[in-house]
Design a protein around this ligand. Structure first.
Ligand SMILES: *Cc1c(COP(=O)(O)O)cnc(C)c1O
Length: 414
């Protein structure tokens, strides 16, 4: 190989400023990352190029729920790397059937359709619901509609942003996919009014994550379930972020005593290693798909299934759900102590918190910048809100340390 074309990555070691400059000059600016350059991770901790350690309180939006380089997940991945990583769905492979069966058993559904990213799971759910609407419910062709919630976040594809009301996500990306109607989250009467004879699905995040960990009002999801049953409409729960132990239960829907017709899972399902998502439903719903009607080159690949099986195996014990529940109580208590000291509201379920920063102190971004200086990584959302969702393997003293850093950050800005 020629060595006379020196690329920047050969000029090791690059400084933090070098890395940031390269990214700013050569990468699309579709993110505004905090000024930190990570080189390695272990459990809840990340290390930057200068050797500084940070407690990860974002865990890649729950995709690293089991911690960085979790041993059991890495072992499953390594073992699979030594055998076969990709076959395409043209053939069976020995991780596929077991993964679908085990994941289905974990969430109580008969069938799974594995995809890669969360947005693909959402797209798949929409396609399945429409097909079901035409084939089973008898909606006239091309007339199906799906009711969604205002302030939703379901991903970034063109169809999914068509029913977003976040201007950043939406403006400039039209024309938009028709067939969606939005109603306020938590308003069951508005939902009831939006459903008509052509409605095939209600698509909701049971807890709105990106919107700032917005919990559903009491009785809301039960009423959604009743309405969907009464009106012959599929209830689709997007649990890409809320699912898989984050809230202290396997699925956030369990807290509210509801069983949707379809779950959309992603993020944590890939164990922080590979993108793995899935649509879960019973045979009367997922059974509408026939060969050739949907697919993905990488969806359900052997490596993804092996990693997904390790994740499902870890969730099957209930240990992580219990950790999230117990540590979540600690987190809520500690955060409540900051109310009136820089925080105006705290919403918490399991190891997942949305906290609103007093605008008098500064923005969520400014608090994140102070947190970075205190050794904690977190992400703001929608201006004044901060989301905390550390890996579920965090220890109680580490969690306290993170809240102490938050207190110090708020004090810095006061
Ligand atoms: C993150 C997220 C998605 C999209 O997942 P990607 O893997 O980023 O495509 C969809 N729905 C919800 C609720 C999410 O939080």
């Amino acid at each position: 190989m020629s060595t006379d074309t020196v690329t920047p990555t050969d000029l090791a070691p690059l400084t933090e400023a070098d890395h940031i400059r390269l990214a700013e000059q050569h990468a699309a600016a579709n993110y505004a990352p905090l000024p930190v350059v990570i080189t390695s991770g272990e459990g809840c901790w990340l290390t930057d190029v200068a050797g500084n350690r940070y407690l990860d309180c974002l865990s890649a939006y729950s995709a690293v729920s089991f911690g960085h380089r979790n041993e059991r997940i890495l072992a499953a991945a390594r073992e699979q790397l030594e055998r076969v990583t990709l076959t395409g769905r043209a053939f069976h492979h020995d991780q596929f059937g077991p993964f679908c069966a085990e994941l289905g058993a974990l969430v109580g559904k008969q069938m799974a359709l594995p995809m890669n990213t969360g947005a693909e799971a959402v797209e798949t759910g929409i396609k399945v619901a429409r097909k079901w609407g035409y084939q089973v419910k008898g909606v006239p062709d091309g007339q199906a509609n799906i009711v969604v919630a205002a302030n939703n976040f379901h991903g970034r594809t063109t169809t999914v942003i068509s029913f977003s009301d976040d201007p950043d996500a939406r403006v400039g990306f039209g024309p938009y996919t028709p067939g969606f109607r939005a109603v306020p989250f938590g308003d069951a009467e508005a939902l009831a009014a939006a459903i008509d004879e052509h409605t095939v699905a209600v698509l909701l995040e049971p807890i709105q994550g990106e919107a700032g960990v917005i919990l559903p009002p009491s009785g809301y999801l039960r009423r959604v379930r009743e309405l969907c049953t009464e009106r012959n409409v599929l209830f689709i729960a997007d649990e890409v972020q809320s699912g898989l132990a984050r809230t202290g239960r396997t699925l956030a829907c369990e807290h509210y005593g509801v069983v949707p017709d379809m779950y959309l899972l992603g993020k944590a399902l890939g164990g922080g290693v590979v993108p793995v998502s899935a649509v879960l439903a019973d045979a009367d719903v997922l059974g509408v798909l026939r060969p050739g009607q949907h697919g993905s080159t990488f969806g359900g690949n052997p490596l993804a299934c092996a990693v997904g099986r390790a994740v499902v195996g870890m969730l099957a014990t209930g240990e992580y759900q219990e950790r999230a529940r117990v540590l979540g109580e600690q987190l809520r208590e500690r955060l409540d102590g900051l109310l009136g000291h820089g925080l105006t509201e705290v919403r918490c379920l399991g190891l997942w918190a949305g906290i609103d920063v007093d605008p008098a102190l500064g923005t969520g971004r400014e608090v994140c910048e102070r947190l970075l200086a205190h050794g904690v990584l977190a992400k703001d959302t929608h201006g004044q809100t901060l989301r905390l969702g550390p890996p579920l393997v965090i220890e109680p003293d580490e969690l306290d340390w993170a809240v102490d850093a938050l207190r110090a950050s708020l004090t810095d800005l006061a």
